[in-house]
Design a protein around this ligand. Structure first.
Ligand code: C2O
Ligand code: CU
Length: 486
């Protein structure tokens, strides 16, 4: 077992092969962006052992009522003390004491109603990321629930199957509140998905990955743009192991970090089959060595563990992002402990997406933040800071628009998330997007200098919705804007 010690030097430290073993690949961490961003605030040493704890399975939320074809849930946000690191009690912000929040399983065309109470001393807003919902249930940044307050959100679930997630969105506090635990998954299923012979039931597993910065006493440290969030949590547990059978699993990865990007691969370099992205299944499976997830993105992946003899342990590695490789280069371990029948398979066609309508308009979006090292950097959408009173884009209801989104920074990475819409990626860097972006997306990465063209069709709800960088520290700094669909 490897013991790792928090490295005092901030920023990019090179990993020691002696500590981590031969299975570690070199981190691609030397992205200039991240090197330049590294600041010097170190934290005290804290030892977290790798692969010591089992990966928790995130519990499924239970409705308080299923009457009249609507599933109703009652949820309260509250402070909770929980054991995250072995033997240490950590204070968290939670939905009903769960870290991460319980998974809501929804069914297409069956509405979900959430009676949300706020037991915290900060305002909250409950946003369902990736969902098509009326404005008053979007949980937008200014539409908050005061401490002690309550409101009801209604989600129609008219969209196709998708692996969505919910999180706090109260402007300025969302970054810290999400970091401290206000997040969970929301899965919509439908007949299209049911009909496929994919791994199901206990072989369909949610894996939420995020980073954290623990102080010496094991409390979560929060500072805007903290460069020391170098401890990884999987379903709320540090670097866990997951005991699997030698058969296929569907693993629904979600990057729920505020800022960190992951590139996930198996240590032996064997294949992953990506079958889904933000907005549900891809048109066809994509066999790949790795999946790349910026903050907020999801990827459904099938791994066939039958290729490993029982007794094999295979590490899930991360090759993206800043930080010491011995802390951020290994995420979790799959331990193949038994055999099992496997009636599942991955068909060559997963779904058919409707053809894209002819575009009715276009606009450009520029993401940029101060990256000259000034003490109080701000982040802009089209050179403006977020102003909730301002409408930045007026979109005619029913329009299908091409949005050309550019990251104008030379060092900082961003990503782009639009509320309400599952869009299509048309071009990345002037070329057709890769297979990982062939499905429906609600969040796309933008490396420094990169341009992505997407097509969004606004035919579900009218109203005001935000779009923003999903590196939550950036959106809290101002990289957010409002569109009005009318
Ligand atoms: Cu994940 Cu504005 O949202
Ligand atoms: Cu950003």
């Amino acid at each position: 077992m490897v013991t790792r010690r928090r490295v005092l030097a901030a920023g990019i430290a090179t990993g020691s092969a002696a500590v981590t073993g031969a299975s570690l690949v070199p981190l691609l961490a030397a992205r200039q962006a991240e090197a330049a961003d590294a600041s010097a605030a170190g934290t005290t040493p804290l030892t977290i052992e790798l692969f010591k704890v089992p990966m928790p399975l995130i519990p499924v939320a239970r409705p308080v009522s299923t009457a009249h074809g609507v599933d109703t849930y009652e949820v309260t946000t509250r402070k909770t003390i929980k054991e995250i690191l072995p033997g240490i009690q950590t204070e968290l912000l939670t939905y009903d004491g769960q870290f991460p929040g319980a998974t809501i399983k929804a069914r297409k065309n069956r509405p979900v109603r959430i009676i949300q109470r706020n037991g915290l001393d900060v305002p909250i807003s409950r946003h369902l990321h990736g969902a098509s919902v009326p404005q008053d249930s979007d949980g937008s940044p200014m539409d908050t629930i005061a401490p002690g307050g309550e409101r009801t959100y209604t989600y129609p679930n008219k969209q196709p199957h998708a692996s969505l997630w919910y999180h706090d969105h109260a402007h300025h506090s969302e970054s810290e509140s999400v970091y401290r635990g206000l997040q969970g998954s929301y899965l919509i299923s439908d007949c299209t998905e049911d009909a496929l012979p994919l791994p199901k039931g206990k072989y369909d597993v949610l894996i939420q990955i995020r980073d954290a910065d623990f102080d010496q006493s094991g409390q979560l440290l929060y500072a805007m743009s903290d460069r020391n969030r170098n401890s990884l949590l999987v379903n709320g547990a540090p670097y866990p192991y997951f005991e699997v059978a030698a058969r296929k699993y569907r693993l629904r990865f979600a990057n729920t970090s505020n800022m960190r990007f992951f590139e996930l691969r198996l240590a032996d370099g064997s294949d992953l089959i990506q079958i889904g992205s933000d907005g549900g299944l891809l048109p066809s499976p994509n066999t790949t060595k790795s999946v790349y997830l910026s903050s907020g993105e999801r990827a459904d992946v099938v791994i066939d563990f039958s290729r490993y003899p029982v007794g094999t342990q295979v590490v899930l590695q991360n090759t993206a992002g800043r930080g010491p490789v011995e802390q951020v280069g290994q995420v979790m371990r799959f331990d193949v402990t038994r055999t099992a029948d496997d009636p599942s398979s991955v068909p060559s066609v997963l779904r058919t997406l409707p053809p894209l309508p002819a575009p009715t308009g276009s606009r450009t979006i520029v993401l940029r933040m101060d990256e000259d090292g000034r003490p109080d950097p701000q982040a802009y959408m089209d050179d403006k800071l977020y102003d909730p009173e301002r409408i930045d884009a007026v979109v005619p209801y029913g329009a299908s628009e091409i949005w050309t989104v550019t990251n104008a920074n030379v060092k900082a990475a961003h990503n782009f998330h639009m509320h309400l819409i599952q869009f299509r990626v048309i071009e990345r860097g002037g070329k057709a997007p890769g297979p990982a972006e062939s499905g429906l997306k609600d969040t796309v990465v933008l490396q420094p200098g990169e341009t992505v063209k997407l097509q969004a069709t606004f035919d579900t709800y009218a109203g005001e919705y935000v779009y923003h960088c999903h590196m939550l520290d950036h959106s809290a700094m101002g990289m957010m804007a409002t569109m009005k669909i009318r």
